[in-house]
Design a protein around this ligand. Structure first.
Ligand SMILES: *[C@@H]1O[C@H](CO)[C@@H](O)[C@H](O)[C@H]1NC(C)=O
Ligand SMILES: *[C@@H]1O[C@H](CO)[C@@H](O)[C@H](O)[C@H]1NC(C)=O
Ligand SMILES: *[C@@H]1O[C@H](CO)[C@@H](O)[C@H](O)[C@H]1NC(C)=O
Ligand SMILES: *[C@@H]1O[C@H](CO)[C@@H](O)[C@H](O)[C@H]1NC(C)=O
Length: 590
């Protein structure tokens, strides 16, 4: 059970205990953490270590240094990202040797692909670094084909900002069934239509950040997201009846990103139960130079803030008031025990929708229909979805970069294969946009290879708190999915272990994508490993992997890890309940 007396340990005493116990336990690193956890009465382990997935040296906006691989079309030799399984197989290699004439033809294609890839890379680094130009497709007056895998982050954020605030004198944001840009389509017709659309808006049934039908999401997802948004965005933050809960993110070094988020989910539950507006404060993970201006050290560096600017300001004002503290108008995280935060009751205002959640998780060959703490699973899914409802421009750019490094080469090949080299430029110039592109197709998500399987492999330092299984087990599950869905070839692999990456190279039927990383070799302490990467990298990488995983179509992981648990939450509130989740183990509380 989660403990109550954690706050009686300050960090120093934690460290002292850790080192004492470590001496007694010799080299058994994985269990050190458990020991501390049990000493504190807090099973920290399930909360931390979970977060860091696969990450490493992430060169933002790097310009590709493309090399020819002797004319062999090999995606991976250039981006260093996509490894084609068959590459690891020496027999396949033989097959790839090709005759001279074929070779020169391929080199020509290769050159064009390379050129396009670099153009995209350049426009990407420009849009990530410059705050002026927004378009990612137009560069220096030149015209090149659009990059299907890149998103116009400036525009996306602009649209979302509008969707995340009320228009003047309106009771709710302009949420309608007219999606994204379509809502800007100049209407030729009259007030009548506007009125009808407004009617829809006021019913507010259409949440722009929830996709999929209701059956494809956890019970009541739309309703709950709607209610949380309104709870967090009172129309007048200065109304004296509005109370606040201001909370810093966890920042003990042992807390991984996943644990921090899980903690905040608990605080959001408290805020809802006590009818307080949750205001998140210092976020150590955003305390780096990538997060500019007011977004520094704030959740808003990565995602839209949890509440409105007015409410944040009001809350910070109230923090200065002794009276407000005394009257309980404002509370801080410190006013709650860790038991209340980590294991508190889930809000009941929606009844108990978790009791009829769809059973779509398989563990060890069994479809799990019931387990303990289903309420917590349901709630965390709702809370993490709400907190991540809209990405910041910074995150959007990180995702662009990640997609470009992973899929950019493939995208360039795909785009060029549709074009005759002579007409290439011309075609591209003819890019005068039709309305359907501008208003309708612009709302599609950027391209990634589909279907994509998300696989998160946890092992190494987790041994003490969950059943750890080898990579083969995960691949075995992947094969099972493939048997049913034979068109599935691509895996987004996230893992902190170099060993897993090495092993993935001997799986011929799969195409693995992963970030180019410095990974752990052996049992390094996660916090040490993180420190070696630096704050910015060690935050951006896992987040990028997390968001990429939540875009997948199929899921394999270890639900015993908080990180996978949260990805599962994104699945179940992202219209993917029916994708199912194959887990190699279960949460310790189930
Ligand atoms: C991966 O990143 C490292 C360090 O940033 C770099 O030296 C290396 O070339 C990259 N590998 C590939 C295959 O791109
Ligand atoms: C909002 O309401 C106020 C007061 O009722 C009014 O003066 C103002 O013009 C309204 N604004 C809009 C955009 O309708
Ligand atoms: C809440 O915590 C603050 C300090 O963080 C303290 O000053 C205040 O007295 C606490 N209030 C209650 C009701 O415990
Ligand atoms: C998984 O199932 C097999 C048989 O179906 C059983 O022998 C094994 O103990 C189970 N493992 C776990 C961890 O439940």
């Amino acid at each position: 059970m989660l403990g109550t007396n954690m706050e009686s340990f300050d960090q120093k005493s934690l460290e002292r205990v850790l080192s004492q116990r470590a001496l007694q336990m010799g080299n058994s690193f994985p269990c050190k953490i458990c020991v501390v956890g049990f000493l504190c009465g807090v099973c920290l382990t399930s909360l931390f270590l979970a977060a860091l997935t696969s990450f490493g040296a992430f060169e933002l906006a790097r310009t590709p240094s493309l090399t020819f691989s002797g004319g062999i079309l090999k995606t991976d030799s250039t981006s260093g990202y996509a490894i084609i399984g068959s590459d690891c197989n020496s027999k396949q290699k033989e097959k790839e040797r090709i005759t001279f004439s074929q070779k020169s033809a391929i080199i020509e294609i290769d050159e064009r692909v390379q050129r396009l890839y670099s153009v995209w890379s350049n426009s990407l680094s420009k849009s990530a670094s410059e705050k002026g130009q927004s378009g990612i497709s137009r560069l220096d007056g030149q015209n090149f084909p659009d990059a299907p895998h890149l998103e116009n982050c400036r525009l996306r954020v602009e649209i979302n900002r509008r969707l995340d605030s009320r228009a003047e004198n309106e009771s709710s944001p302009p949420w309608t069934i007219w999606k994204g840009m379509l809502d800007n389509f100049p209407l030729t017709t009259d007030e009548q239509q506007r009125y009808l659309r407004h009617q829809l808006t006021s019913e507010s049934a259409y949440l722009p950040w929830i996709t999929g039908s209701d059956e494809e999401n956890y019970p009541l997802t739309r309703k709950v997201q709607h209610d949380i948004w309104f709870h967090q965005h009172p129309s007048n933050c200065r109304d004296p009846s509005i109370r606040f809960l201001v909370a810093d993110w966890e920042r003990l070094p042992g807390f991984g990103i996943g644990a921090q988020i899980a903690g905040m989910c608990g605080l959001l539950a408290i805020a809802i139960k006590e009818k307080r507006v949750l205001v998140t404060n210092y976020y150590n993970r955003a305390d780096h130079d990538g997060c500019k201006g007011t977004s520094r050290s704030s959740w808003s560096c990565y995602f839209f803030p949890e509440t409105s600017q007015e409410c944040r300001e009001r809350a910070f004002e109230l923090m200065q008031s002794k009276e407000a503290w005394e009257k309980g108008i404002i509370r801080a995280k410190e006013n709650y025990t860790s038991k209340e935060i980590w294991a508190g009751r889930i809000p009941r205002i929606w009844g108990s929708p978790w009791s009829y959640m769809q059973p779509t998780t398989e563990i060890n060959g069994t479809l799990i229909a019931y387990h303990h703490k289903m309420d917590r699973r349901w709630w965390r899914a709702q809370a993490v979805r709400y907190l991540m409802r809209f990405q910041s421009e910074y995150t959007c750019n990180l995702m662009n970069t990640a997609r470009h490094e992973a899929f950019g080469w493939e995208a360039a090949k795909m785009v060029l294969s549709n074009m005759n080299s002579d007409v290439e430029e011309q075609d591209a110039v003819e890019k005068d946009r039709h309305d359907i592109e501008k208003f309708v197709w612009s709302n599609h998500k950027p391209w990634i290879p589909k279907p994509l399987l998300s696989m998160h492999v946890r092992m190494g330092d987790k041994a003490c708190e969950m059943k750890v299984v080898g990579f083969q087990e995960y691949m075995h599950l992947a094969e099972r999915i493939k048997k049913r869905f034979p068109h599935l070839n691509s895996i987004w692999l996230s893992t902190e272990m170099q060993e897993v990456i090495d092993k993935s190279k001997s799986c011929p039927h799969w195409r693995f994508y992963y970030t180019n990383v410095t990974r752990q070799e052996g049992n390094t302490l996660m916090a040490t490993y993180e420190a070696s990467l630096g704050r910015e990298t060690s935050t951006n990488y896992p987040l990028v992997n997390f968001l990429m995983a939540s875009e997948a179509d199929f899921f394999i992981g270890a639900l015993g890890s908080t990180w996978c648990f949260l990805i599962d939450g994104m699945r179940n509130t992202g219209g993917k309940v029916m994708s199912g989740y194959l887990s190699v183990n279960k949460d310790r509380y189930w």
